[in-house]
Write a protein that binds this ligand. Structure first.
Ligand code: PMV
Length: 351
């Protein structure tokens, strides 16, 4: 058994979003989804199993607090999280329990995790966080079959409670496909990172933790009168998105991704109780992207469960759009991502 291991995993941006759980116990989504792994929004996690520890310890260094600005990220200190805090904190401890049970480990686990981007604000930190945690756990536990088999690893990641994290354990562009009977789902690669040099410029307008977590939001999806229509539309939109990626058709991909983001936010805003992740800056950026497009710039947006706007462009327009975003009122920082490899084991330990 390795005892100590580290992994780095990317966040991902969903072009077709997962929103709503058919079975909250097994974290079964209602619909398939499709995303691109992000090169510059990553989580680095180290796990060590130690006989001298009587309880499990998890510490996280959240980046991008109040001091984040154009000057770049601010690295914060490691701080312990507690199981009692519920939501994704409780799920992280439960994932440690799950892997220890699988590997029959009785030793305590020490876990440290560092994000290089703001967490809980719509940049899929749960995706990178749970993918890195799970890969570091199974590697340290010596569960080598899981380290090598990324389909099985993604299933274990889902059991941990973050469906979007399933997409961070395969390289490049990744789909979560529902089985024909809708009773299960599986992660599949749509295309490797070098298939298409797309860029996701994340316009960061707010780095404070969102008011409603995605875990809580998923459970409200069905209360929206628009949810059934969304699921119906996805039967067409998801294959359209997959085909647009395969054919590198930016116009179709952009159209479909904006439509899907707005459809998800419509469901959120009409849930009971409603959830609004938009800030005035979010809306202004959406308008600006539409305006830039009307002026001939091929650029589209998508927005996750948070106020920050992901602006998607092809390589030749990165600098033009980066400049526009950097000087846009309210934009604190622009994070530039290209398609990335999935969660991988690294030699560099955090402790
Ligand atoms: O996997 P979760 O619980 O973090 O939910 C992710 C939800 C969205 O980011 C809004 C959409 C998605 O598919 O990534």
């Amino acid at each position: 058994m390795a005892h100590k291991a580290s992994a780095i995993a990317p966040a991902n941006i969903a072009f077709i979003k997962y929103w709503g759980q058919k079975d909250p116990k097994t974290f079964l989504p209602f619909n398939g989804s499709l995303s691109m792994n992000l090169s510059d929004c990553t989580t680095h996690t180290t796990v060590e199993f130690r006989e001298d520890l009587t309880t499990d310890e998890i510490q996280i260094a959240f980046e991008g607090g109040a001091g984040a600005s154009h000057a770049g990220p601010v690295e914060n200190e490691f701080a312990p999280i507690r199981r009692e805090d519920g939501d994704k904190h409780e799920l992280a401890f439960a994932q440690v329990d799950r892997v220890k049970a699988l590997a029959e480990i009785t030793a305590g686990a020490r876990v440290q995790s560092r994000n290089n981007f703001p967490a809980d604000s719509g940049i899929a930190s749960s995706a990178s966080g749970f993918a890195a945690l799970t890969l570091a756990l199974v590697t340290a536990a010596g569960l080598n079959d899981l380290v090598k088999n990324h389909v099985a690893l993604s299933t274990l990641v889902r059991a941990g409670g973050s469906v979007s994290a399933m997409r961070s354990v395969m390289d490049g562009f990744v789909e979560i496909a529902m089985t024909a009977d809708g009773a299960d789902c599986e992660a599949r690669q749509v295309a490797p990172p070098d298939h298409w040099l797309l860029f996701d410029l994340v316009a960061v307008v707010n780095t404070t933790k969102k008011s409603v977590s995605s875990s809580a939001g998923h459970l409200r999806a069905e209360t929206s009168p628009h949810f059934a229509k969304r699921l119906e539309d996805l039967k067409i939109r998801l294959p359209q998105c997959r085909q647009a990626i395969q054919a590198r058709d930016f116009g179709i991909l952009g159209h479909v991704m904006e439509e899907d983001a707005l459809s998800m936010h419509q469901v959120m805003q009409t849930s009971d109780p409603p959830i609004n992740y938009f800030m005035p800056e979010t809306v202004a950026l959406m308008e600006a992207v539409r305006q830039w497009r009307a002026e001939g710039l091929p650029v589209y947006f998508t927005i996750d469960a948070g106020p920050n706007v992901h602006v998607i462009v092809e390589e030749s327009y990165v600098n033009t759009v980066r400049e526009k975003l950097a000087y846009f009122p309210g934009v604190q920082r622009v994070i530039i991502n290209h398609p990335a490899q999935s969660a991988h084991v690294v030699d560099d330990h955090l402790f």
